[in-house]
Design a protein around this ligand. Sequence first.
Ligand SMILES: NC(=O)c1ccc[n+]([C@@H]2O[C@H](COP(=O)([O-])OP(=O)(O)OC[C@H]3O[C@@H](n4cnc5c(N)ncnc54)[C@H](O)[C@@H]3O)[C@@H](O)[C@H]2O)c1
Ligand SMILES: [Zn+2]
Length: 352
Amino acid sequence: MQELEIQTAHSTSKILVGRDLLADTSRLVDQCTALSQPRSVISNTTVGPLYGQALAKELALDPCTEMPDGEEYKVWPQVEGLCTQWLEKGLHRSDSVLAIGGGVVTDTCGFAASVYMRGLRWIAAPTTLLAMVDASVGGKTGVNMTEGKNLLGTFWQPSLVVADINTLETLPERELRAGLAEVIKSAWIGDRDLLDLIDPSKPISDPLWEELVMRTIKVKARIVEEDEREAGLRKALNLGHTLGHALEAATGYKRFLHGEAVAWGIRAVAAIAADRGLLANPWRRQLDAAIDRLGPLPPVVGMDPERILHYLTKDKKSDHSGVAWVLPSDGGVVLDQRVSIEEIRDVLENLG
Ligand SMILES: NC(=O)c1ccc[n+]([C@@H]2O[C@H](COP(=O)([O-])OP(=O)(O)OC[C@H]3O[C@@H](n4cnc5c(N)ncnc54)[C@H](O)[C@@H]3O)[C@@H](O)[C@H]2O)c1
Ligand SMILES: [Zn+2]
């Protein structure tokens, strides 16, 4: 088991990465001072039967709460439902809850925890690669609105993150590969040697996975410690996300998994950066090669550039002066870049 702490202005988040950790949750919680044993386990209808129910039993709790499975359930009524249950169970501010699942479960439950009685401690047990390396690290919580993704949200660090690598055994391979896009993003920003280790064909039993997860978390952890509220540096983690979000939205969130859209987004910004002379060829090749290793992505050919442009300008990360892009550079990334419509059209034409 490997351990890491994220220290921010108001809180400390302890992150554990290893194998067979879930069965040991109660003891791991005990080792965190100021964290009490969870009073409720929250999951979804897929992860609950796989891991959540067993965990709730292990912790001698009521059966785990199973949210319906899907991004469309990352919405306010689910938050209210969780809070109502916690009220019925008599949870107080000194209690804690545990979310086990992918980013949808951890974002929703973390958000509910952050607003319940002005803040309840929570534990995240991420079970997708994306949730291990990204969603459960850094304290962003939130739910979607009809008008857009993650429009309601808070910064509320989980007190403890228990990333049990063994849970990836049951994750559909497509989800695993998509999660690797976020690994590539962080590796590019802060641990380039990691890029060459990425190999989705390795079995989950291979030590590679634990190393990938821990090293990716480390990159994000360092950034979050310096800039929890995304005033500057943390924006680097949006690499590939500007176009990625637009691709997801333009296809009604049906064609691409988030990571797949981000993978296209990274390819696109690499092309733009190379054109601008920000990214030398050897670096671009290393980045493209890492994305190649994810395997085939759902195609972007045939997508209407105007429709994508429409969604680009609605990006949450855009302020009134336009969309702020993150571009890869030889040494890392450059933030707050403006990209012209011509450049975007050009890159969209050449992407497929
Ligand atoms: N808070 C943040 O900083 C942050 C960062 C990145 C993404 N996110 C959010 O995370 C969400 C995406 O998360 P995700 O990619 O984990 O998707 P997800 O939560 O929808 O999980 C993907 C699918 O895998 C299933 N699943 C999860 N673990 C499994 C396992 N071990 N075995 C079998 N099936 C399993 C889920 O039930 C679901 O069907 C988005 O809502 C995104 O906005 C948040
Ligand atoms: Zn992402």
